[in-house]
Design a protein around this ligand. Structure first.
Ligand code: HEC
Ligand code: HEC
Ligand code: HEC
Ligand code: HEC
Ligand code: HEC
Length: 414
């Protein structure tokens, strides 16, 4: 999700007083402390119903028979390995994520929570509609069953596995101590796509643009039966629960970009790029040309790369330095989207690598004098720009990029 940097500054807030609202019901005009907002205007307010799936929380879930809690921690008592894998995933910290906290707090947009803490149990408020269709003024009431601890588990086991008093699985086991139903259709890529594919405008400066599902729809991956789950939840043979016999299981770390969320941790990465280089000689003569070609192909991802969050990008850097470490020539290329966020959010360009798309980068340099040269090729994947991190007040607190590829060549020139 990306929000305008400029537009959110100086916005007048409609502070709806919840107590009053709850007491009088929502057909009556509400109290507001917005300057210049008189009673006549208030009467014009209309409640817009929530119609899109991501505008609503997943309804409150009860504890399935046989269990005492739906927290991931409690599932982890028996599903230990799966719990440990999930705990290291970005799903497990989608709420605590520093950028998320910085962004959604700006305008308290409760809609954001529907994908980051999706169960109603995890949300402090029940949202019934939007006042005048504005996401910044939801018609809300306190949730008496709000579970603060579950909120901190973000996209938790129960998000994907608990519905209507059942644990949903794909095995059809008879060995579970909890009520279980088999529903492979529910636990398919449709579940992933419900959050990973939303293209909508919340308001002119706030847009949702995750197109990973659509990108996957029409390419080799889908045709060959590769889904979000087969790539991001690879199969492993192991006991699914402590003390049980080995069977087919799925890795629950949801590896992706590999950019960690915290400085002292590592994130598992999936490789999307097939990288091919032309050769570099050890020695060149003055007058000769270094002519280096780097070929990148999105061979392994079933969608564009980067995908999802429009702030992500790759940077390819070529650097030629002399024997004293002085820069002779530096060239940078970027793969990603570029957006204008103000006065209206608009995509300006997009050179993301489509599935199986190939791109060729060329570096040329005419050797002018004798000596030693160092040539470096680097590919880095970035979560966001330093400028955006600074704006969100998280620069220095949040890992922004990882190195995907690095090669260094020492070249003698005569
Ligand atoms: C309830 C919404 C929701 C569902 C369902 C969901 N995701 Fe996610 N997913 C997210 C959010 C939000 C993030 C980002 C978390 C963050 O970065 O803080 C994310 C992050 C990811 C990432 C990590 C991206 C990275 O590199 O940082 C991968 C991979 C991923 N999801 C795959 C999947 C797959 C596969 C499924 C289906 C089995 C799935 N997701 C289901 C919301 C969801
Ligand atoms: C007291 C131990 C225990 C707890 C707690 C527990 N489970 Fe299980 N679960 C099991 C056992 C045992 C199985 C069956 C494993 C087998 O068949 O090998 C199982 C099976 C499953 C399955 C597969 C079902 C199928 O048929 O596909 C899922 C999914 C699952 N559990 C999710 C959860 C979730 C989510 C929680 C927490 C809300 C949880 N479990 C809590 C012991 C437990
Ligand atoms: C983002 C969704 C998502 C989350 C979060 C998630 N799972 Fe799963 N889980 C799945 C999917 C999808 C499958 C089935 C994959 C298949 O069979 O194709 C699965 C399978 C399982 C199974 C069956 C054995 C296996 O590995 O295939 C168990 C048990 C299980 N999950 C437990 C858990 C527990 C415990 C947690 C929390 C610690 C958890 N899951 C979190 C999506 C999720
Ligand atoms: C054929 C394998 C494959 C399939 C199918 C696939 N992915 Fe991916 N996905 C990858 C690889 C590889 C990456 C790593 C991209 C990179 O950073 O190089 C990735 C990265 C991601 C990311 C991180 C975004 C980024 O650019 O950093 C998300 C989120 C994601 N995938 C979600 C999904 C969802 C949702 C689906 C299903 C609609 C899906 N993927 C289907 C292989 C796959
Ligand atoms: C429809 C579901 C959905 C809604 C609603 C939603 N998000 Fe997300 N969010 C996602 C998914 C999916 C990802 C992971 C995208 C990826 O990695 O490709 C994500 C990732 C993020 C990230 C992490 C980006 C990164 O680079 O790791 C931030 C920050 C974020 N969202 C903020 C917000 C804010 C603020 C709102 C409300 C204005 C919001 N989200 C609403 C689904 C959603």
């Amino acid at each position: 999700m990306k929000q305008s940097n400029k537009a959110t500054r100086g916005i007048k807030r409609n502070h709806v007083i919840i107590g009053v609202l709850a007491a009088i019901g929502f057909s009556i005009a509400f109290y507001t402390c917005n300057i210049g907002f008189d009673k006549k205007e208030a009467a014009k307010n209309e409640i817009t119903p929530l119609t899109k799936h991501w505008e609503k929380a997943i309804p409150h879930q009860e504890i399935p028979v046989g269990l005492t809690s739906i927290s991931a921690e409690s599932c982890g008592a028996c599903h230990q390995e799966i719990y440990q894998e999930w705990k290291q995933s970005t799903h497990a910290v989608a709420f605590q994520d520093l950028q998320f906290q910085a962004e959604w707090k700006k305008d308290d947009i409760l809609t954001c929570l529907n994908c980051h803490t999706p169960l109603q149990n995890q949300q402090e408020f029940i949202v019934k509609g939007l006042i005048n269709g504005d996401y910044k003024t939801p018609l809300k009431e306190p949730n008496p069953r709000f579970d603060k601890k579950l909120q901190l588990e973000s996209i938790t086991c129960a998000t994907c596995h608990v519905r209507g008093g059942n644990v949903i699985g794909t095995i059809g086991t008879i060995n579970a101590p909890h009520k279980t139903v088999k529903d492979p259709e529910f636990l398919s890529e449709k579940l992933c796509v419900s959050c990973h594919n939303v293209i909508d405008e919340l308001n002119p400066v706030l847009v949702c643009t995750f197109e990973t599902g659509d990108e996957w729809e029409n390419n080799w991956a889908k045709k060959s039966g590769k889904t979000c789950i087969s790539c991001h939840m690879p199969e492993i043979e192991r006991p699914v629960s402590t003390g049980m016999k080995k069977q087919l299981s799925h890795f629950h770390n949801f590896p992706g970009s590999g950019i960690p969320k915290f400085f002292d941790t590592e994130a598992k990465k999936l490789e999307s790029l097939e990288i091919e280089e032309s050769s570099i000689k050890e020695m060149y003569l003055v007058g000769e040309t270094i002519d280096y070609v780097l070929k990148l192909k999105n061979s392994f991802a079933g969608h564009s790369v980067p995908t999802g969050d429009p702030e992500r990008f790759f940077v390819i850097t070529f650097r030629l330095m002399d024997g004293h470490g002085k820069m002779i020539k530096e060239v940078e290329h970027r793969i990603g989207e570029e957006w204008q966020w103000y006065p209206v959010a608009k995509k300006l360009s997009d050179n993301n690598l489509k599935p199986l798309e190939e791109r060729v980068y060329n570096f040329k340099y005419d050797i002018k004098k004798q000596g030693m040269l160092t040539f470096t090729v680097e590919i880095a994947k970035h979560r966001m720009t330093e400028e955006n991190a600074k704006y969100n007040g998280i620069l220095g607190k949040y890992p922004l990029s990882i190195e995907v590829f690095k090669k260094q060549y020492c070249i003698k020139t005569e």
